[in-house]
Write a protein that binds this ligand. Structure first.
Ligand code: NAG
Ligand code: NAG
Length: 296
């Protein structure tokens, strides 16, 4: 009895001590890992500056740029790339089981949209799309010229041929004057954006909606993504006037979860002027204004 009376207070003390310890451990929780998917004619080495920005702002953040389909291999078919990036991403995520952020540049953003749709229980917290042609591309910039050297009005004649659908650019080439062909012939973007009906739509939408936040970054001086508003799901109508995200059919019909995400308050759009395409990930102002605060 005496023994019990003596030990009760010390047990209470121990319990209190453990609670304080637990609080300390939890409040010093580490930053979530950041996984990067590169763009067209691009490779992980080009993300050293961004990695430095992240680690200066948030010391000890683990940053990984997935090293697949580098440079000219980034022209490979997008479903092939999605498969490759999927296993790289999953094996990364499977190592720790904690959630991570996915930061995707340019064409990488289109691949990430597919990854977040096809991977069940992906555990990605925040999806950041850095100047990505999320609603498609309709502009012959230097990039497109290298591959399809014809005027933009004619690109569809090549891109919408079966053979050319093995080239990544053609799989998000969205000619607003040939919408019927875009929907019929393009084997990637219309599927992931739910612009055509298919059996996976519900499942993909459910998977995509597991993200907690989507951050869309782009701007009018990009010079590559055309229209630049495609970086936040705006796109041309058949008069080549830009229709904003909220008036896009895939938004109003909530085809892949965009409207739900928006009504949850989980879409953040960051527009920055004065940033050419290849500067998005090396410009500290862009990092501070649009990226930093989400990587916690
Ligand atoms: C990761 O884990 C999931 C679920 O356990 C499993 O289905 C998947 O095959 C794993 N992927 C890799 C690349 O390890
Ligand atoms: C960096 O981005 C800011 C906008 O965020 C822009 O005003 C500035 O001109 C950019 N600087 C360079 C060197 O691109």
């Amino acid at each position: 009895m005496l023994h019990l009376i003596l030990t009760m207070p010390s047990l209470l003390f121990l319990q209190g001590f453990l609670q304080v310890l637990l609080l300390l451990v939890c409040s010093s929780e580490a930053y979530k890992p950041v996984i990067i998917v590169h763009g067209l004619f691009d490779e992980p080495n080009n993300f050293k500056t961004l990695t430095k920005f992240i680690q200066q702002a948030h010391p000890d953040t683990e940053v990984t740029a997935l090293d697949l389909f580098d440079n000219v291999k980034s022209l490979r078919p997008l479903w092939t790339q999605t498969k490759g990036f999927r296993s790289a991403l999953e094996s990364k995520l499977n190592q720790s089981r904690e959630s991570a952020h996915l930061l995707c540049f340019s064409q990488g953003g289109v691949i990430c949209r597919a990854l977040l749709s096809v991977i069940p229980n992906h555990n990605i917290h925040t999806f950041i799309a850095l100047s990505s042609p999320l609603a498609g591309q309709f502009g012959v910039t230097d990039y497109v010229k290298k591959v399809v050297p014809v005027p933009k009005k004619l690109v569809y004649k090549l891109c919408y041929l079966r053979l050319w659908q093995d080239i990544s650019i053609c799989e998000y080439w969205n000619d607003p004057h040939h919408r019927d062909l875009y929907l019929k012939k393009v084997d990637f973007l219309p599927l992931i954006n739910g612009e055509i009906q298919h059996e996976h739509l519900d499942e993909w939408k459910k998977n995509f909606l597991q993200i907690k936040k989507m951050v869309l970054i782009g701007g009018p001086d990009d010079g590559v993504i055309t229209p630049w508003q495609s970086s936040h799901f705006g796109f041309y109508n058949d008069n080549e006037e830009v229709v904003e995200m909220k008036n896009q059919e895939f938004y109003t019909s909530d085809a892949f979860g965009l409207k739900t995400l928006d009504s949850r308050g989980d879409i953040s759009v960051c527009v920055q002027s004065g940033v050419p395409h290849l500067h998005w990930h090396i410009n500290i102002t862009v990092f501070n204004n649009c990226i930093k605060d989400w990587l916690i």
